[in-house]
Design a protein around this ligand. Sequence first.
Ligand SMILES: C[S@@+](CC[C@H](N)C(=O)[O-])C[C@H]1O[C@@H](n2cnc3c(N)ncnc32)[C@H](O)[C@@H]1O
Length: 348
Amino acid sequence: MVTGRSYKETMEQALARGARRGLSALERSLSKVLEPLTPGRETPEPSRAHGVEVPAFDSTRPIYLHGYGDERPRVPWPAFPPTGYLGQLHPEFQLRLAAERAFVDLEDCDFYHSAQLPSGEVIDGAWDLRGGEEAYLGGVGIEGRRVLELGPASGYLTFHMESRGADVVGFDVGWDRSIDLLPRPGFELGWARMDAMRFIGAVQNSWWYLHREFESSARVAYGNIYELPVDLGEFDVALFGAILLHLKDPFTALSQAAAHVTDQIIVTDLLQDPELDQSENLMRFAPQAVEYATNWWSMTPGAVVHMLERLGFGATEVSFHAQRHRLAHDLSKPATEMSMFTVVASRG
Ligand SMILES: C[S@@+](CC[C@H](N)C(=O)[O-])C[C@H]1O[C@@H](n2cnc3c(N)ncnc32)[C@H](O)[C@@H]1O
């Protein structure tokens, strides 16, 4: 938590500093991207790419790099440090990230997790991990430990772990990348990536919304999970919560994190094939219907154990639990129990 000055004061001062320097980096980037990119060109007809229609590029209207259309920007175009995403954990950079997101309100956010705010108000999200945190973390004690959380989404676990005394650094996908989308014949991945990152940006906004509400001092870095910034530092524990199934290359992501971890890796994932022997080393590619572009794998805990052993995390424990989830992220639906597993792997 921010001590001394309040979170609000800290952010206001950071913003005021930015204002004194003239246009902030964010404003400069936004002013570039909000202008029509090529004024004066003819508006073209809708085009077809790979057999599917893509929206026409209308040069007379603003285009936001996080989406198209003329809605107000929900997600700031970030001013990331350019080379290798280095330097992100520097306090000044974290303040800048927070200051640039000081505008986010509820309508700028997509909440992946339900969360109860310090005021008592509950925000509904697709996953409600309240009460299930210990099982989700495999019973690992996190007090006083440095935790690297891969893919924190709205950050329910970030702020939970922080409230239990952990020093948490989140890592999420950077804007110049996209989350990994499964290809599908006749489907234009370029536009899909833009839409996906617009959604992910709103989820990242929700992390910052909760960060402000909880007056958190958790930090976050963005970038390429397959080539983590080398200066993230060392952690006692890494947490992969419901992210491996979304990665084209889960082994590379695990091995990248392993290089930053001295003690334990926690992997929690969906138990998608309960009829299998879960100790078997099995991964099934694209386990769901073709329209599920983000679910790359169904994997057994046995497969996760196998990967972690190869990375030197040879002492493993597997547990099973269920967490409340609203299918298809439809908040009007009642929550159902989703079967999950957690692997806790320690070095040695
Ligand atoms: C399904 S959410 C998991 C949320 C949280 N960890 C939990 O366990 O409840 C997946 C998270 O992984 C991130 N993510 C997905 N693909 C990624 C990629 N290729 N690189 C980095 N982060 C990614 C998403 O942005 C999101 O924060």
